[in-house]
Write a protein that binds this ligand. Structure first.
Ligand SMILES: Nc1ncnc2c1ncn2[C@@H]1O[C@H](COP(=O)(O)OP(=O)(O)OP(=O)(O)O)[C@@H](O)[C@H]1O
Ligand SMILES: [Mg+2]
Length: 246
């Protein structure tokens, strides 16, 4: 992405400049976190990458091709559980596989149900599941269509801290196994330190890239008690202008 720029303007209201000239390159199979204060423009940037939102200046290209709109090779996992309440776990996960044979759908759905640990809940409906389980259905459904890129917008934001920790470690395992490129938006410093190979720290609105912190030296699974982890996390606190003392 080069010089990505976005301004929202509505008649009769002052225009809101949300992004001013964002440059970023993401490598294939990389896990990149976008970290920034609430309202800075993270979701807007992710929506532009995914083709849900237009770009007002600059370019966003994937494999050299400008993003023109949503593409099934790239899927989005939202903060709110974007699964169908009237479909079972199984049908939700198999939803994107309509072009496949029954045998293939079965095999793929089975694989992702196991991957996210929902065996035994295939016939359950979303209302019968906990928040964390619903979010796992969302992740499995996104993975089942075998995308190259996963865009994740605070997917674990609505969950309690233990469930979040658990799902982050599952996500890391899945990412390492399935070799996806992941762009993950968060405003949670710990989440970014646990997940990202690189963390892109954004400024308040209009968002620019303040700095990019390279955490590729921190091996997975990350030990949140290790000195290196704490050092990396403190660096992100500093870059975000937040004190580590409460
Ligand atoms: N469709 C829209 N029309 C007008 N303004 C918008 C629109 N979408 C977002 N904005 C504005 O753009 C700014 C950035 O919003 P965005 O949702 O990208 O922030 P964010 O960094 O994702 O915040 P959060 O961490 O709270 O999710 C906000 O001031 C918001 O009011
Ligand atoms: Mg947002």
């Amino acid at each position: 992405m080069r010089g990505a720029q976005k301004t929202f303007s509505e008649p009769g209201k002052p225009a809101i400049e949300v992004l001013s000239g964002v440059d970023l390159d993401v490598a294939e199979h990389e896990f990149v976190c976008l970290l920034g204060p609430s309202g800075c423009g993270k979701s807007t940037l992710l929506n532009m990458c995914a083709g849900f939102e237009s770009i007002d200046g600059g370019t966003i290209a994937i494999d050299g091709e400008p993003v023109m709109g949503p593409d099934p090779r790239r899927v989005f996992v939202f903060q709110e559980y974007a699964i169908f309440p009237w479909m079972s776990v199984w049908d939700n996960i198999a939803f994107g596989l309509q072009g496949r044979s029954d045998a293939q759908r079965h095999e793929i759905a089975r694989h992702y149900i196991e991957l996210v640990g929902l065996e035994g809940f295939e016939r359950a409906y979303p209302r019968e599941l906990s928040g964390g389980m619903k979010q796992r259905v969302g992740v499995a459904r996104a993975l089942a269509v075998n995308p190259d890129i996963l865009y994740m917008d605070e997917p674990f934001g609505a969950l309690d801290s233990l469930t979040r920790l658990n799902l982050r470690s599952q996500l890391i395992q899945i990412w390492r196994r399935e070799k996806k490129t992941i762009l993950f938006v968060t405003h949670d410093i710990d989440e970014a330190t646990q997940l990202g190979q690189r963390v892109v720290v954004m400024s308040a609105r209009p968002a620019r890239i303040k700095t990019i912190v390279d955490l590729s030296g921190l091996a997975y699974p990350r030990d949140i008690d290790s000195a290196e982890y704490i050092q990396a996390r403190d660096r992100l606190f500093e870059e975000m202008g937040v004190s580590t003392r409460v």
